[in-house]
Design a protein around this ligand. Structure first.
Ligand SMILES: [Mn+2]
Length: 335
């Protein structure tokens, strides 16, 4: 390569780096002073862990960060370091240099009023991710949004603390179902290794998430398993409002119940249906193998990942069940 060609190649590389979404995000973070960090309503492990880690990154960068979600942090994630900094609110009020929305495929997913007027940064890894913000970074190959936050930390040159590592490890642990699905690759394990080296305790974190379940959740699971049905490659189960009341359960106790239907040998797609107080029905869809439940959820007004998605349908429960089974039957059909 001639000297001129080398210089021009370097220039192109530099321009590519400037225009890549990670560096665009970093530039906004470096320029600003006060940020709002949010995630979706009913936050999961990735939402909570990536919010906390990004808050720590910003703090190390000398910035101020407010962490806000519409719903409170589920019990399972309340042992994460710094969790007391997450505030639950219905409305946010500036001034902020930018609001960073983690894992939201629309502004509405955050269910926070006041976001519309802010400069929005959208960081997501869902197939259903859309470029609705001023700055969008959607990477479907990332196992969790936490993985993207890890890259922000690296690009910003901040030190990976044990606290940050614990939060990021939890995002991967939960979004891959303990390293068993999602955008799982050798890179995921390399990152997990980095995080353990940085001080994340994989045994303690797994114990907090999987072996500290509230009794109400186990009782609710019993009710759901009583309602388990199977038809060939399809399995589904449901919870009524009465089941919820009897178990003295809260919404977050429903998390993960769908996986018990999916775990059956020979089942390729599973649905968990839950009656909502307003008469609608919330559906969690899961698949193993080739069934793309994100496409089915998308058709019904929802979204998610290829193997894990959700949507909300009009009630009653029996009608929502028929509607989703009618969509899933052809999807699981085949030789
Ligand atoms: Mn996620």
């Amino acid at each position: 390569m001639t000297k001129e060609a080398a210089i021009s190649a370097q220039g192109e590389q530099a321009r590519a780096a400037e225009s890549d979404p990670l560096h665009q995000v970093l530039e906004v973070l470096e320029r600003g002073e006060r940020f709002l960090v949010c995630s979706h309503a009913r936050p999961d492990g990735d939402a909570v862990g990536s919010m906390l880690a990004l808050g720590m990154v910003l703090e190390q960068m000398g910035k101020k960060a407010d962490l806000v979600t519409a719903d409170r942090v589920p019990v399972l994630y309340r042992r994460l370091p710094g969790v007391e900094k997450i505030r639950s609110a219905e409305r946010v009020r500036g001034p902020y240099d930018a609001a960073i929305l983690l894992e939201c495929d629309s502004v509405e997913r955050a269910r926070l009023e006041g976001l519309e007027d802010l400069f929005l940064i959208n960081i997501d890894h869902h197939i259903s991710g859309r470029p609705y913000a001023q700055l969008n970074w959607i990477d479907c190959d990332a196992a969790s949004v936490g993985e993207l936050v890890y890259r922000v930390a690296g690009a910003a040159g901040v030190t990976l603390t044990p606290q940050m590592a614990a939060c990021l490890y939890t995002t991967i642990l939960t979004d891959t179902g303990s390293f068993s699905y999602g955008a799982l690759s050798a890179r995921t394990f390399a990152l997990a290794r980095e995080l353990v080296l940085a001080g994340a305790d994989p045994i303690a974190l797994a114990r907090d998430v999987y072996y500290s379940v509230p009794a109400s959740k186990v009782v609710l699971l019993g009710a759901a398993l009583n309602n388990l049905r199977r038809q060939g490659r399809l399995a589904w189960l449901w919870i009524t409002l009465e089941d919820m009341a009897r178990a003295q359960a809260v919404e977050e106790d429903c998390e993960g119940i769908v996986n018990f239907a999916l775990s059956i040998a020979g089942v390729e797609a599973a649905v968990f249906l839950r009656e909502l107080p307003d008469g609608q029905v919330r559906l969690s869809l899961r698949s193993k193998g080739k069934v793309n439940v994100a496409a089915i959820a998308g058709k019904l007004g929802g979204g998610g990942h290829e193997n894990a998605a959700g949507c909300t349908l009009a009630g009653p429960l029996a009608r929502a069940q028929e509607q989703i089974l009618a969509e899933l039957r052809p999807a699981v059909a085949g030789p």
